[in-house]
Ligand binder design. Structure first.
Ligand code: GZL
Ligand code: ZN
Length: 333
């Protein structure tokens, strides 16, 4: 009987060994996919421009992520906020036969044709930051960005809390680039807020193109029309910086002095400094650090997984009455 158990034990032992690799290590995982020729994965990135602090942080996040050390060759094209330059950049990426195209679209429409060309060249397209509206959504793999409508709703909720009981709230609306998802969502939030709050009125409205220079010019125009503005709903920090310059030069009180209460979006470090100084009263975060999120999508595609079609990033907001210096120093951008 003992002999039988010994044979059985030996048999089991041999089987166990056989199921491992020759050196007894676990069976090795299937060899990773062969790296691209030349070893680098080539990513063509069509960026909106360099119009704002947010945009620079977004570009930096892509540069910090897609490094040669990590096996990438990143080609960035800055379109100076012109859609036709983005289309030309994508066509160039197709000619260069890049492995992936990343598009941060300046506005939502007009992408069907060039994304069809990328699809015909079997180059996957990832949309980042603002959204696109196209007939065939199969023409892009994934979109990662902010929920801009939600950002608007957060700002409007703060207005509701702050101006409770104010019977006649006069709002100046400084919009971002017209037709961009950030402008569409944030403006929609305000419009809904006005529709839902009797006594709220948008008395002035114009686009400052998300830049400080245009923000100053638009605020000067607003002030030449009327001075009884209670709230400036400003769709990004850089336009708010321009508006603050114009208010200051016109000796119109704002922020902690009373007068115009400024709401801004992006919550860049500079924007939060202005919030801490109580020049901006409320600042809604729009997170630009999409590099790692885009890389995750590329890694998923590399390993044959299907990435989520839409991924919203979580964001928060900052009130001048409660923000702290430590909070600002702890942030990555
Ligand atoms: C938002 C982004 C906007 C920022 C602006 O995700 O598209 O564009 O709010 C930037 O600062 O110019
Ligand atoms: Zn969502």
């Amino acid at each position: 009987m003992n002999k039988l158990f010994a044979l059985l034990g030996l048999f089991l032992f041999v089987c166990t060994l056989a199921s491992c690799g020759e050196n007894g290590a676990e069976k090795s995982a299937p060899a990773p996919e062969a790296e691209k020729p030349g070893g680098l994965i080539v990513v063509g990135f069509s960026q909106v421009g360099a119009e704002s602090t947010w945009r620079m942080a977004n570009t930096k996040s892509m540069k910090d992520t897609f490094t040669e050390k990590k096996g990438y060759k990143l080609i960035i094209r800055d379109a100076q906020q012109k859609q036709e330059r983005q289309v030309a950049a994508i066509r160039d990426f197709i000619r260069q036969r890049v492995n992936f195209i990343v598009l941060a679209p300046v506005t939502e429409h007009g992408w069907d044709e060039v994304l069809q060309e990328a699809a015909s060249a079997s180059i996957p397209v990832i949309i980042m930051d603002r959204m696109i509206q196209i007939r065939d959504e199969a023409l892009f793999v994934s979109w990662v960005g902010s929920d801009f409508r939600k950002e608007g709703d957060v700002a409007v909720a703060w207005m509701g809390k702050t101006f409770t009981g104010k019977k006649d709230l006069k709002i100046a609306h400084m919009q971002g680039t017209i037709g961009s998802s950030a402008q569409i969502g944030r403006s929609e939030g305000l419009r809904e807020g006005v529709a839902g709050n009797a006594g709220w009125t948008i008395v002035l409205s114009a686009s400052g193109e998300f830049t400080q220079v245009n923000g100053k010019e638009v605020m000067e125009r607003f002030l030449s029309e009327r001075r009884d503005i209670d709230v400036l709903y400003c769709e990004n920090d850089n336009m708010a910086f321009g508006a603050i310059q114009a208010l200051h030069e016109a000796n119109v009180p704002y922020g902690a002095q009373g007068g115009v209460q400024i709401i801004s979006f992006d919550a860049t470090r500079a924007g939060l400094e202005q919030t801490l100084a109580r020049n901006i009263s409320f600042n809604v975060e729009c997170n630009p650090l999409h590099g790692p999120r885009v890389e995750k999508i590329i890694r998923q595609l590399q390993s044959g997984q299907i990435p989520a079609k839409v991924e919203h990033v979580d964001e928060r907001a900052f009130d001048a009455a409660t923000i702290s210096k430590e909070e600002i120093l702890s942030r990555a951008y």
